[in-house]
Design a protein around this ligand. Structure first.
Ligand SMILES: Cc1cc2nc3c(=O)[nH]c(=O)nc-3n(C[C@H](O)[C@H](O)[C@H](O)COP(=O)(O)OP(=O)(O)OC[C@H]3O[C@@H](n4cnc5c(N)ncnc54)[C@H](O)[C@@H]3O)c2cc1C
Length: 381
């Protein structure tokens, strides 16, 4: 079989790139997915679009996150119009909470650098917080309000991207595993899959936490991407008890419109095991109850875990592999793949269609990676 653009991996990154390429007029696009579309990290995520909660300093990563967030309203509007599936972009904002003096001091520092960086941030007293969110713990000491840290229902986003692919005649190959990229004279010309060879003009590797398992011919791809497990618990309350995303120093609560509350998460370097563990669940539960004692009385309606794709420096990898033409890599979005999907799609599609690297690729491309480097740090949650 032959196609124009062959995307390996049907998570939020692969599907957003397919969407962007189709909107830009690419005719033949195929997505090869080992399982079912959107059933791995992108499904497991909390859906926070947490530019200000997720960045610890000004710089290029903050700029990348901000630029992607800015694309969200139009991304969701056009996707909803095309599919009739609304991924519920919720712009209520996020509260980052402190429960003691040292956490309050850290929030103060965060507020200062963010204001200097031109971001909107409001400092709140314990009384302000309890007035806004009456079910937050009475032990709360202070907080920050980020009006521009939004959330999205990531599962509805995936459903919309899937619907878009189906109605736009994008070829979808589920239950199809890509093994090795076929390389000829320094060009990626196709992929060996579990259903045979697929040839293409250009390949996009959007294989998330499994990227390092792909081979270039007979040799492993020179990218060190590791799976970092995150477990989640879901609670259900008959009516919505929180309005904002609530973030503490060890975890978070994400309230959905239908009364579900997602609580996360762990950060575990345990290989490709994406099970839940009693320890992980206990950590999440304790953190959730610390944020709001009301959680203790709710039903646990679901639990799951997913594997975040992480490069050695924790930054996304969007670029090409030196010496290999006709292949784009879009992976390692680690904790922020939902947030970064619209911009990643734009960068990748721009490179494929215009054959010129975006300035973002110079910053977040593969050239910065020392391929043997080990993961050195992980954050608290
Ligand atoms: C618990 C948790 C909470 C998170 N919360 C947030 C959040 O609030 N906000 C946010 O922005 N991000 C969040 N993230 C991170 C986000 O989910 C990821 O960064 C993002 O989903 C990565 O998208 P992806 O498409 O690269 O990966 P995936 O969704 O994992 O998709 C990769 C796909 O490639 C397929 N694949 C792999 N190898 C092959 C192969 N050889 N052949 C064919 N198919 C293959 C896989 O089956 C998979 O479907 C969270 C992640 C977790 C786990």
């Amino acid at each position: 079989m032959r196609t124009e653009i062959l995307i390996i991996g049907g998570g939020v990154i692969g599907l957003s790139i397919a969407y962007k390429l189709r909107i830009a007029g690419t005719r033949r696009i195929a997505v090869v997915e080992r399982g079912t579309l959107g059933s791995e990290a992108s499904w497991a995520a909390g859906g926070m679009l947490g530019v200000q909660a997720e960045t610890d300093s000004p710089g290029q990563f903050l700029d990348l996150c901000k630029a992607s967030l800015a694309r969200y309203p139009e991304f969701i509007e056009t996707l909803t119009a095309a599919t009739d599936i609304d991924a519920e972009l919720d712009r209520t904002g996020t509260l980052k909470l402190a429960f003691n003096e040292s956490e309050t001091a850290k929030l103060q520092e965060r507020a200062e650098w963010q204001r200097n960086a031109g971001l909107s941030v409001e400092q709140l007293s314990a009384t302000d917080i309890r007035r806004t969110e009456p079910f937050v713990s009475p032990n709360v000491a202070s907080g920050l309000f980020f009006p521009d840290d939004w959330q999205i229902d990531n599962r509805k986003l995936l459903a919309a991207l899937r619907r878009f692919a189906e109605i736009s005649d994008i070829d979808i190959f589920e239950n199809t595993e890509a093994g090795s990229i076929i390389v000829e004279n320094g060009r990626a010309i196709g992929v060996m899959t579990s259903i045979g060879e697929i040839r293409s003009d250009h390949i996009v590797l959007a294989t998330g936490a499994w990227t390092s398992l792909i081979k270039l011919g007979d040799v492993p791809i020179p990218l060190n991407i590791r799976p970092i497990r995150g477990q989640m618990l879901e609670f259900h309350s008959a009516k919505r008890i929180f309005h904002h995303v609530l973030i503490g120093s060890e975890g978070y609560l994400v309230p959905r419109a239908d009364g579900r509350i997602l609580a996360g998460s762990t950060t575990e370097d345990v290989g490709f095991d994406n099970s839940n563990t009693p320890h992980g669940e206990a950590v999440i539960l304790n953190t959730a109850i610390q944020l709001s004692p009301s959680i203790a009385g709710l039903n646990v309606s679901s639990k799951w875990a997913g594997l975040r794709p992480m490069a050695a420096d924790g930054m996304p990898v969007i670029g090409t592999i030196p010496g290999l033409d006709d292949m784009t890599v879009a992976t390692a979005h680690y904790r922020n793949g939902i947030l970064l999907a619209p911009l990643t799609a734009e960068i990748a599609a721009g490179q494929i269609l215009n054959e010129e690297a975006s300035p973002w690729m110079t910053i977040f491309g593969t050239q910065r990676l020392r391929f043997t480097e080990q993961v050195s740090t992980t954050r608290a949650f």
